[in-house]
Design a binder for this molecule. Structure first.
Ligand code: GAR
Length: 211
């Protein structure tokens, strides 16, 4: 099974979805290490309760991004991590780190990229009046919230939605598509070809969910 390093900053519900998927021995990946940049992240407790090794690498303890990322890199390599999964990890990674792990970092973002990159996505989607939003799993490239798309889930925006109700509806779909996308990658069915991810085998069903 492919060894995953999951990077979190907070609640860790997407991390928990990956842990849950990996309970199935047939799932092609396992969680080797969970790293948080924030010692108070709730997800650290969830991972520890599952017997998964955890580490806190607090960016504030380092003199600059390069030193922080060197510590991340060392921890991931020491744990023999093969694929890095960002799961609510709220630090931008520099090109140095991203290129060192080229095509081996995935991220989940709560919008239908390339729409609504960055923060406060639910407020912005509601304000823009879009009727459908969702979530995206993509391969990480140095530009923020950019890179080849692995899977997406579509979620409607209801007239009385608040950012909170919308976030909760999207989160449920995140919990389905992140394990799906990681599984495709870990099994070798998904591969980066240029600026796109190609899925081997069945090309009639794209990795997409409609809520
Ligand atoms: C998720 O909605 C994730 O998509 C989002 O933060 C939340 C983390 O929740 N990520 C980003 O906004 C990345 N910029 P979780 O900690 O429960 O997985």
């Amino acid at each position: 099974r492919m060894r995953l390093g999951v990077l979190i900053s907070g609640r860790g519900s997407n991390m928990a979805a990956l842990i849950e998927a990996a309970r199935d021995p047939a799932y092609p990946a396992e969680i080797a290490l969970v790293i948080s940049n924030n010692a108070d992240a709730k997800g650290l407790e969830t991972a520890a309760a599952e017997g998964i090794p955890t580490a806190v690498i607090d960016h504030r303890a380092f003199d600059g991004r390069a030193a922080f990322e060197a510590a991340l890199d060392t921890a991931l390599r020491d744990a023999e991590v093969e694929l890095v999964c960002l799961a609510g990890f709220m630090r931008l990674l520099t090109a140095g780190f991203v290129n060192a792990w080229a095509d081996r970092i995935l991220n989940i973002h709560p919008s239908l990229l390339p729409a609504f990159k960055g923060l406060h996505v639910h407020e912005r989607a509601i304000a823009a009046g879009v009727r459908i939003t969702g979530c995206t799993v993509h391969v990480v490239r140095p530009e923020m919230d950019d890179g080849p798309i692995v899977a997406q889930g579509a979620v409607p925006i209801m007239p009385d939605d608040t950012p909170e109700t919308l976030a909760a509806r999207i989160l449920e779909v995140e919990h389905a598509i992140y394990p799906l996308a990681v599984g495709l990658f870990a099994s070798g069915k998904a591969k980066v070809v240029g600026q796109r991810v190609k899925i081997a085998g069945d090309t009639s069903v794209p990795p997409a969910l409609i809520n």
